[in-house]
Design a protein around this ligand. Sequence first.
Ligand code: 13P
Ligand code: SF4
Length: 318
Amino acid sequence: MFTTATAPKTTFPADLFGAIADLKRDMNAVILAHYYQEADIQDIADYLGDSLGLSQQAAQTDADVIVFAGVHFMAETAKILNPNKLVLLPDLDAGCSLADSCPPDQFADFKRQHPDHLVISYINCTADIKAMSDIICTSSNAVKIVQQIPQDQPIIFAPDRNLGRYVIEQTGRDMVLWQGSCQVHETFSEKKLIDLMIQYPNAEVIAHPECEPPLLKHASYIASTTGLLNYSKTSDRTSFIVLTESGIIHQMEKLSPGKQFIPAPPIANCACNECPYMRLNTLEKLYLAMLNKTPEITMDEATRVAALKPMQRMLAMS
Ligand code: 13P
Ligand code: SF4
């Protein structure tokens, strides 16, 4: 006779928000979240921000535990800045297609082909790539950072080719680009965007610079997620077509009740404008991560120390 082994069933408290607040107090934890997280996580976060804001918060927090509701490279960045703190990521599989598009061994070869170049890497990369970089940047400070580099200094910009092209356009600098990209920001259809612009003639198109050039040319405002959020709040316009991951619309609607936010449609009939990695985190997994103090972000100390230098340069230049 066979017996069937069943996995122990996890029971969650009826008031998950309250239980997370209790754990947070008991552990002296801070919850940092990105705008692409599900609405419940955004609502429970102590700090919600773009990659620069999240790094700045991680650099200055006095909490003992950082619960990072975002993707792996973001939690890894928090660990680079806080080697002695426990950094938890609700789902360790929450990766990033853009970070994956820059494998360290291939990037090392690429660097060897351009020996005189300064390496500026977008924060959406692994700790190994950060460790091979001279300066890190985010979508909110990339232009400002490149403008601070002497004109005669050749630059490699990695890993996002779309942000790189946007920075070249804004600064007039000729940079060598690593050809990486984000699957979410490359999913938008120009044809469907134009159809939406015809349907909503008063809507303003706002976009993240990770989008491709044919989409960006329709945008009247291009910025990081925090930049887009602030713009939509202060703008006199009441209707927006939003070219970035659709999770941010929850926050846009909260900050600007009464305004209309239309997510730009993907090429296929799918929810591809939702980041599949970001969405691996759920409120339940966040609760379990805090309860069990795992999954934890770890990395070898040599990589961390090498990755810290370009991070510190970014924070000083921002
Ligand atoms: P920012 O929030 O820094 O604009 O980055 C967007 C993004 O793609 C994060 O993965
Ligand atoms: Fe990475 Fe793109 Fe997801 Fe951001 S939206 S985490 S860049 S895959």
